[in-house]
Design a protein around this ligand. Structure first.
Ligand code: BG6
Length: 494
């Protein structure tokens, strides 16, 4: 048995999901269309597609995936076709199973549940004057039910999506008008559920997003992308100010994907390249946590051919400075290595680390990398951190007796959580909590598959949405229940 490290009391244990991967309820409760609703399923070989209609009525599509989305051909319009499967429409139907799902969370002993708002459920088009009452009622019910079970909500206001109408009318975040639309969404949420919710995230993985799905723009060139991002930075800073005004004591973060951890060797060229690569991601958290553009932004923009003056207005610096984040959150699933000749991108890297084993989906399993990233982020900002996504996507099998023996998931989580405990207890990182990705199984973001399962609770549904949607506990359910009940002490008792 390893020596126990005692995580301070008050640490928040829980789980995390995203609306379009779990909620469903398409066309119900007045929900409008989302950019996500045009994205088909895929798999490890076949990227997801956005289905499009051309001006002459013919069909086409472009690839979309985790952090890549191809630009649209001129005149192409996102269109839903009857013979395609769109996973966001049903997802795993949290919309109708919410109480059951929250009951499972409560049984596990969750102290926090991170979920995201479907923007078009509150503002179906995005630029209406008044919010949709049924949408607000839905989220209020979720929040109230969570609180009745002593689970704190942690709300992602926008998780990689835009109402389709805002995309069509304004090219999404390309247009500053969308900042006002986003703030309207924030105001409606803060008014309705703000007094019950302390923790907020303005955006999900803002350093990873690309193209139509998350920015609403059909273009992906760097100038357009960083224009959209700049407008999102402004929106986030304004949301922080508004949130603090309307909800004293509230805490605001944004979430970043932070996986590219190591230089390939100690060759100074590898090490320097890794720093440049890391800057591509740190750029986002630097602006948002510190409230100004970092010095190295000029190098990134020069390399990408981005003209910052074209989107930066005079008063913007003041707006950014007024709304820095209160805490910094990130997802961590895997690590990657960077070579001297790795192309500079926001995410990616080489996933063939000879010291690590990979998951069924080729993601290196690296618990120590989590401790590394926790230290890196805390050291950089000296603000509390929150690990809001971590977990193992794996194939699960139901045994003849109906049980699911996901020991591999327990091993992954135990090893990561031990490293997390070391970062907190030995290194002194101030970490508020940990939300495992997908308390219950949900649709994979990158591939659109259901086979890539993360949850403690199995959902009976296949890659095409067939199944009873029945929920059943996996072996890891009881294991995590013990972790929560002992505030992590059980991690050292296996
Ligand atoms: C994170 C996203 O980056 O990765 C989630 O915020 C996503 O939405 C998660 O589900 C895991 O990725 P995937 O592709 O395995 O679902």
């Amino acid at each position: 048995m390893a020596d126990a490290l005692h995580i301070p009391d008050g640490f928040l244990w829980g789980g995390a999901t995203a609306d379009f991967q779990c909620e469903g309820g398409f066309g119900e409760g007045g929900r409008g269309l989302l950019t996500r609703d045009f994205e088909t399923d895929g798999n490890q070989e076949q990227p997801r597609q956005i289905t499009l209609k051309m001006p002459d009525g013919s069909r086409t599509s472009v690839n979309s995936s985790f952090f890549m989305c191809e630009p649209f051909p001129e005149g192409a319009v996102p269109t839903i076709y009857d013979d395609c499967y769109y996973p966001s429409h049903q997802a795993v139907d949290f919309y109708h199973h919410r109480r059951e799902d929250i009951d499972y969370m409560a049984e596990m002993g969750y102290g926090v549940y991170r979920f995201s708002i479907t923007w078009s459920r509150i503002f179906p088009l995005g630029d209406e004057e008044k919010p949709n009452e049924e949408g607000l009622e839905f989220y209020e019910d979720v929040v109230d039910y969570l609180l009745s079970k002593n689970i704190q909500p942690l709300i992602t206001i926008c998780h990689d999506e835009v109402p389709a109408y805002l995309a069509e009318k304004y090219n999404g975040w390309e247009d500053r008008h969308v900042i006002d639309c986003y703030l309207k969404l924030c105001r409606a949420l803060f008014e309705r559920i703000g007094s019950k919710c302390k923790y907020w995230l303005t955006f999900n993985e803002i350093n990873a997003i690309a193209g139509y799905i998350a920015t609403g723009s059909p273009k992906t060139d760097p100038q357009t992308h960083y224009t959209c991002i700049h407008n999102m930075f402004l929106a986030s800073a304004k949301a922080v100010v508004l949130g603090h005004e309307m909800m004293p004591g509230s805490m605001f973060g944004t979430m970043y994907a932070l996986s590219e951890v190591y230089p390939a060797t100690c060759n100074p060229d590898d090490v320097f390249r890794r720093m440049q690569f890391r800057h591509m991601s740190q750029f986002f958290s630097d602006v948002m946590a510190q409230g100004y553009y970092p010095y190295y932004a000029q190098d990134i923009f020069r390399n990408l051919g981005v003209d910052q003056a074209a989107f930066m207005q005079e008063s913007d610096a003041e707006v950014l400075a007024a709304g820095p984040l209160d805490y910094v959150t990130f997802s961590y699933y895997r690590s990657a290595i960077i070579h001297a000749d790795t192309e500079l991108k926001r995410l990616g890297g080489d996933m063939n680390n000879p010291y690590l084993k990979n998951s069924d989906w080729g993601w290196p399993i690296d618990p120590v990398g989590l401790r590394y990233v926790m230290n890196e982020v805390y050291d950089r900002y000296r603000k509390p951190i929150f690990i809001v996504e971590n977990g193992l996507g794996a194939y699960d099998k139901i045994e003849e007796d109906g049980t699911i023996d996901d020991q591999y998931r327990i091993d992954y989580l135990r090893d990561h959580l031990r490293e997390m405990a070391k970062a907190i207890c030995i290194d002194g990182v101030d970490c508020l909590g940990y939300t495992m990705w997908g308390c219950f199984d949900l649709v994979s973001l990158s591939t659109g598959e259901m086979a890539k399962r993360y949850g403690f609770v199995y959902v009976d549904m296949d890659d095409k949405g067939n199944g009873t949607l029945e929920r059943r506990k996996k072996k890891s359910f009881d294991w995590f229940q013990r972790v929560c009940a002992t505030n992590g002490d059980s991690l050292w008792q296996d």
